[in-house]
Design a protein around this ligand. Structure first.
Ligand code: AMP
Ligand code: MG
Length: 496
């Protein structure tokens, strides 16, 4: 039973297109009732962007809605069905096991968003899981997704986190919480895989048409819209992962059920940012073989997109059998497509204006240098900008000795001098794309430990810092520092 709540005229303006037009693609779901919901954080700026009038709401009204205790008018709560390749193995039956879609809202600018509760109790897809979420992973997703948004990386957003007042049992017992996530949709590669595996062409065509209509309406005019969708999703994934590489982000669980066709970063589980550069960096405790290591993310994207192509083939073939070859050619072109995006990303980070062939060698050789000298990835690009301002202190502090990287720095300098851009102007442009403040692992960990013990202050401060990643502030100096060198290797866990 869905209850509704009168919350002083607040209107979500739900327009539930998936619920209303995609019967058979989801399972209705009801949220578990939390015993004592208490808001941890509410994202007022995002509420304004979404057109949710929350100013007049009391804390208890926010807590009731964004914990699943009360269902707002117009919501049609549902759990999505999906499948997915997990660590390379196909799981035909996954689906939202600890999340439900409240509904879709259309923001004042016309953009449509899913509003989803994560950690709101069991659904038809929970299998043996409890459908709940612990406070740590909820606050990690909130923090990291908002940091990504502040850095302009496409991502789902976090609207609210509410403590439930209930305990969640993992390896040990934790306070429970519910995250409210806003996404341009929750359609995943795994959603297509589910309907391709269990239902066949008709369902894949219906899902593809819905996706095109919702995200890329201009593709409906293409000779083969399904092929055009494939092409668009490939492009968006290449752009997304190039951005991840640029900020040292490691998603950690790039299973096909965690890949959104919208091109937004989805499902912040064991994700983390790299400190000292090492191409094989892995943080996730469940990724023992390093399948989703930093440097493997481009290859995994290629692999995941090949799985997407397989799921889309029935639809592509139905329009024109000859287009199956075109789909294969698109898959084969992904590495080159990714590399072009990645080179653009790296050029921007290095302050290189126009694309030139000579840049490629400079960029390709950078990573070996950073790895050899264990350079802090984030600080390095800020240090280069400082060098342009005539200050080499930051760079010296990052390198083991004065000679380290000297030839590379000289090459970089020579490249810059081929373009007539004033050094100070270039330094400012670099600082505008290279974050100074990222969610560093040791800071995230300390903030989550404090939050779990009931002290939200460190987490709230860290959130403010990472929401303002580019402009240096003297009082935030500690937030720009890498983890102490003797820190234990960092490990992350999936257990939302
Ligand atoms: P993930 O790869 O962590 O995003 O999740 C993989 C699958 O496991 C999804 O279908 C989730 O809904 C499901 N799942 C993860 N944790 C739980 C849980 N605590 N209860 C029920 N289902 C879960
Ligand atoms: Mg997932």
């Amino acid at each position: 039973m869905t209850s509704t709540l009168d919350i002083g005229g607040m209107n979500f303006a739900f327009q539930n297109s998936f619920h209303d037009s995609m019967d058979g693609f989801f399972s209705p779901a009801d949220a578990a009732k939390p015993s004592a919901p208490d808001p941890l954080i509410f994202n007022h700026a995002l509420a304004v962007r979404l057109g949710i009038a929350a100013e007049g709401m009391t804390e208890s009204q926010l807590a009731a809605i964004f914990s699943g205790k009360e269902t707002p008018e117009g919501a049609n709560p549902l759990a999505f069905a999906y499948a997915g390749h997990q660590f390379g193995h196909f799981s035909p039956q996954l689906g939202d096991g600890r999340a439900l879609l409240l509904g879709e809202i259309v923001a004042p600018d016309g953009a449509r968003f899913d509003l989803q509760l994560k950690g709101s109790g069991p659904t038809a897809f929970s299998r043996n899981g409890d459908g709940k979420a612990a406070i740590g992973p909820v606050l990690r997703e909130y923090l990291v997704s908002e940091a990504m948004a502040a850095m302009g990386v496409p991502t789902t957003r976090s609207l609210a986190a509410v403590a439930t007042g209930d305990r969640v049992q993992r390896e040990r017992s934790h306070p429970g919480a519910v995250l409210t996530r806003a996404a341009s949709s929750h359609i995943r590669v795994g959603t297509f895989q589910f309907f391709a595996a269990h239902f066949g062409a008709d369902h894949v065509i219906q899902l593809s048409e819905y996706t095109i209509n919702r995200h890329f309406p201009e593709l409906a005019e293409a000779a083969n819209p399904h092929l055009a969708l494939l092409d668009r999703v490939f492009g968006l994934q290449c752009e997304l992962v190039a951005r991840w590489m640029g900020v040292g982000f490691i998603h950690g669980v790039m299973n096909t059920d965690n890949v959104a066709v919208s091109g937004e970063t989805l499902d912040y589980g064991p994700c983390a940012f790299m400190d000292r550069f090492a191409v094989n960096t892995v943080f996730s405790s469940i990724d023992a073989n390093g399948r989703y290591a930093y440097g493997r993310q481009p290859q995994i994207t290629h692999w995941n997109m090949a799985r997407f192509a397989e799921a889309m083939l029935p639809a592509i073939h139905a329009v024109d059998p000859a287009d199956v070859d075109a789909a294969k050619a698109l898959v084969d072109a992904i590495p080159a497509r990714f590399r072009a995006q990645w080179l653009d990303e790296m050029r921007e980070k290095l302050g290189l204006g126009q694309a030139k062939k000579a840049d490629e060698q400079l960029i390709d050789t950078l990573f070996g240098e950073l790895e050899q000298h264990a350079v802090d990835f984030t600080s390095f690009f800020r240090a280069l900008a400082q060098l342009l301002r005539g200050d080499g202190d930051l760079l010296r502090a990052l390198l083991p000795d004065a000679e380290a990287m000297a030839p590379w720095i000289a090459d970089w300098w020579a490249q810059l001098e081929r373009e007539a851009i004033a050094p100070l102007e270039r330094a400012d442009a670099m600082d505008a794309v290279n974050p100074l403040y990222i969610p560093r692992n040791h800071l995230v960990e300390a903030a989550l430990v404090a939050a779990e013990a009931g002290d939200m202050a460190p987490w709230t401060e860290l959130l403010e810092v990472v929401q303002n990643p580019y402009v240096e502030r003297a009082e935030w100096a500690a937030f720009a520092q890498p983890a102490p060198i003797d820190a234990d290797p960092y490990k992350t866990f999936c257990g939302t």
